[in-house]
Design a protein around this ligand. Sequence first.
Ligand code: F6R
Length: 602
Amino acid sequence: MCGIIGYIGDRPAAEVIIKGLKRLEYRGYDSVGIVTEENGILHILKGAGKIDEVVERLALHRMPGKRGVGHTRWATHGVPNDINAHPQRDCTGKLALVHNGIIENFSELKEELIKKGHSFESDTDTEVIAHLIEEELKSGESFEKALRKALLKLKGSFALGIIYTEEPDRLYFVRNESPLVLGIGNGEMFAASDVPAFLEYTNRVVFLDDMEYAVVTKDSWIVKNLITGEPVKKEVREISWTLEMAEKAGFPHFMLKEIFEQPRALRDAIHGNVEAVKLVAREIANYDKVYFVAMGTSYHAALAGKYLFQRLAKKVPVVEEASEFRYEFEELVDERTLLIAITQSGETADTLAAMKLAKRKGAKVLAIVNVVGSMATRIADLTLYTHAGPEIGVAATKTYTTQLAVLTMLAIELARILGTADEDYLKKLESELRGVPDRVEEVLGLSDSLRELAENLKDRRDFFYIGRSIGLPTALEGALKLKEISYIHAEGLSAGELKHGPLALIEENVPVVAIAPSGKTLDKTMSNIEEARARGAFVVSLGDSEKLRKVSDVFIEMPKLDELLSPIPYIVPLQLLAYHLAVLRGNDPDKPRNLAKSVTVE
Ligand code: F6R
């Protein structure tokens, strides 16, 4: 996730852009850059670092010109450094652009462009777009046509702000699967990833939809369809948010905003890993000894990864909390070992220690990480990124579901390489996975009814979350979410374990949340639900089968999906339930007591 902003009007563009970037800093903060234009010359200044630092170091506020675009980066391709910072430009230096999103097919495009004589400065996927437009312009097309032709070659997500010296009075903005909104002023126009970037100047906005682009001058704007080039009728809306509300996109907390960002984050995770997963799966296929290490929520993702690897690739990895791994597995790790570390921050001390130990013993180390350039990525031999964007709420939400998406892709690819599952089935799973962001969107529609449920349950003291097989990690993660932000005691356990002890704790009205997708273990989980109900439990179940509804006090209807894909949508109602309970109990879900976003001490 990155933030982009553009301005055209009579004010010094750099000033407006810097202010906007500060308001977008929550979207990314590893590098910053601006391009402005004056007298037909582009001025580009950019560098790695936080906005204030870079503004100061490069004197960004002194940049000339009354039109320009700017960017605050959250690295996806290419480490955070000065060269990879946006804007990126073409070979002529006449065209520059900023980008939020991920171009899936950038390596093929880059190869073709290099063959055609283009030279690249950065490691970014973004630079490819500038050269592609330049290439299309060579055939003498109008800029707009060349732009459309170039962009239709891209696979992936993009919101773009583009400036071209030969089109002196305008800016172009494009949207596909990454947010973009126009700000309509009087004699000036704005565009940004998010409203707060320009809310100080105007509250009149136009939201672009996927595959739309805008041509903006200081006095006019028009939105067109990227495929046909035809104008699209758009509505100008007036936003009544305060600045603070706007930074959270109108959500009262970052956590809720991040929960609702999951469809977008999942799309980026899936698009952004199509090629990388193939490479990494080939590596995993060479190892018999595979360990997953992680902590907290990432550990639950690892557990889901184990079920996926087992079921699809018939490979049984060992899953350990990183804090345990260091002491228990030292003797067992050698050069035939592959260690897969999962960590959102890439800075968790226990996870880093396990990775270092594995490296010392000659093992291969793979990391699944959200923060590009973090320590884990520097230790690992290979890294897969979850592309969730910065997560500000302390409780992990979108970073968890994107970890699950990456692990699912990895398991599918591994099964393909090892020949352990039918290709038609793997294809069906892949296509269902691509639909999962839409399924999550549907589940988000349950938020209001989950708030009502939370009203009902807010004074309960203990919760139990049960699930079997691939449902178990969801039960564990659901319980963790509840504990950490609502401060209610919660236990996650395998449904089968219930009657081996914990059942003694079930009494009248104790909530039991059952994760029960249709699949191998549904009937058994239903028997466990009946056992709990017989002791007075208040059963909230998540599933897709009508028979489950009959044995539940509250039935949360989930989309029908292959059970192996259930961990992604099924955690969403549990995130929402925990969130609403926390708020109803007067807690700040973004900053739970005693907890920190990254745990850098052991
Ligand atoms: C819970 C949560 C933590 C982290 C854990 C590991 O919501 O966020 O349990 O999952 O501290 O952090 P990372 O993934 O950064 O290694």
